[in-house]
Design a protein around this ligand. Structure first.
Ligand SMILES: [Zn+2]
Length: 395
């Protein structure tokens, strides 16, 4: 199974300059190939006798002219531009298969990255060897053992990272302790709410950081466009985003390890369903990112223990369906944390109810498991509601 570990690099100034150079060459190759692809594709449509473009033909064409036309490309490993054009080929494959949008040009500052194939770099303890550059220090050692597949080196908020993909075939762990199912509702302020009623708050540091993020965002909007102060504030904000992402990722690792260790079947919502608290773009982007990361971690950790992850359909109304009787509300405002079911009078905590529905969804999608029936509502939460109100009908 392919797993990736993203490790912060600690290049010195000379190395950082070289990394930026490699990323620049990769970006140039990608953009050159994209422009050529469009040109050759249009020509091929007009005159079918002309060959249609392919990543292979474009790689050959660039190789043939780079010494003459783009000699500065020779200063970095030739693997980086080659891999960039292969990625373009995959992007077009995905586009033609309707899995992705049409590839777009890469931009400096946003797409500072390059990929190396496994025979071109080496990892040794806390360092990675980049061709034409040498050993660069890493902050951590590689978490996985197995055949190294590739490394993607990228810059975020001024810091360099290497995401190293490893094929870890025999990374199997003992099966989950409890062979049961759980529903997980992922959020922003609370990291997760489980169908068991547990609420995982997440690190306190994260809440402090989110508050600081709001302040910095406001400060940035007051700075004059194009000014030095604005550029400084921008970098500060980007660094904070990165810090939050790292803190959140660590917290998610603890959460996903604990859940996959305990439960066999895990139901989660599709992206964008929850995490819309306050409906702010900021909270939203952080929730989205957390969702991708959580999904990735659940997938590989469950697979290691022979468990499974079931993702709800995008339109599955996990929040506004009563987990006791199945009654579905027409609407449920985002700010409403608690509601009473008109059908059976069960009092629901919004997140917990969603988690219970996700669990039911996961179980019923597992063929022959319990026949997909509904659970009796054992947790009618909240101070106001009568505890028994939740325990009503089954099936
Ligand atoms: Zn109900």
């Amino acid at each position: 199974m392919l797993v990736a570990h993203r490790i912060r690099l600690e290049p010195n100034n000379v190395q950082a300059t070289h990394l930026a150079h490699v990323a620049g060459v990769a970006r140039f190759a990608y953009n050159w190939a994209l422009a050529e692809w469009q040109r050759q594709y249009a020509a091929h449509k007009a005159e079918p006798a002309l060959p249609a473009p392919s990543q292979l033909s474009l790689r050959r064409q660039l190789n043939a002219i780079k010494r003459e036309q783009f000699p500065w490309m020779l200063e970095v490993t030739k693997n980086a531009p080659q891999m960039a054009i292969m990625q373009l080929g995959r992007a077009f494959e995905n586009f033609f298969a309707k899995r992705a949008r049409h590839p777009t040009f890469r931009r400096k500052g946003r797409d500072d990255r390059f990929t190396l194939s496994n025979d071109l770099f080496k990892v040794d303890n806390r360092r990675i060897r980049i061709p034409r550059l040498g050993w660069v220090r890493m902050r951590e050692i590689l978490r996985f053992t197995g055949r190294i597949v590739s490394a993607a080196v990228s810059r975020t908020a001024g810091h360099w990272y290497a995401s190293i993909t490893v094929d870890a075939p025999d990374h199997s762990l003992p099966p989950a302790e409890n062979q049961g199912a759980v529903g997980v509702d992922l959020g922003v302020s609370a990291l997760a709410t489980l169908s068991t009623g547990e609420v995982v708050r997440g690190p306190k540091a994260l809440r402090t950081l989110l508050e600081r993020l709001r302040r910095l965002g406001r400060a940035l909007s007051r700075k004059v466009k194009g000014s030095r102060n604005r550029a400084k504030a921008k970098l500060k904000l980007a660094r904070l985003h990165e810090h939050i992402a790292n803190t959140r990722r660590d917290a998610l690792h603890k959460l996903t390890t604990s859940i996959t260790r305990r439960f066999h079947t895990i139901g989660i919502e599709d992206l964008n369903v929850s995490g819309m608290l306050g409906n702010r773009r900021l909270a939203r982007s952080i929730a989205d990112m957390g969702w991708y990361e959580a999904r990735r971690q659940f997938d590989y950790k469950a697979a290691w223990r022979g468990g499974r992850v079931v993702v709800a359909d995008r339109w599955y109304p996990s929040s506004k369906t009563c987990s006791c009787c199945g009654y579905r509300l027409a609407t449920l405002e985002l700010g409403v944390r608690q509601w009473t079911c008109p059908g059976c009078e069960a009092v629901h905590d919004r997140d917990h109810n969603a988690a219970v529905n996700l669990k039911d969804m996961a179980v019923s999608s597992t063929a022959s498991a319990c026949g997909g029936g509904r659970w009796p509502c054992a947790f009618a939460q909240g101070e106001t509601g009568p505890g028994e109100a939740g325990i009503r009908q089954q099936g």
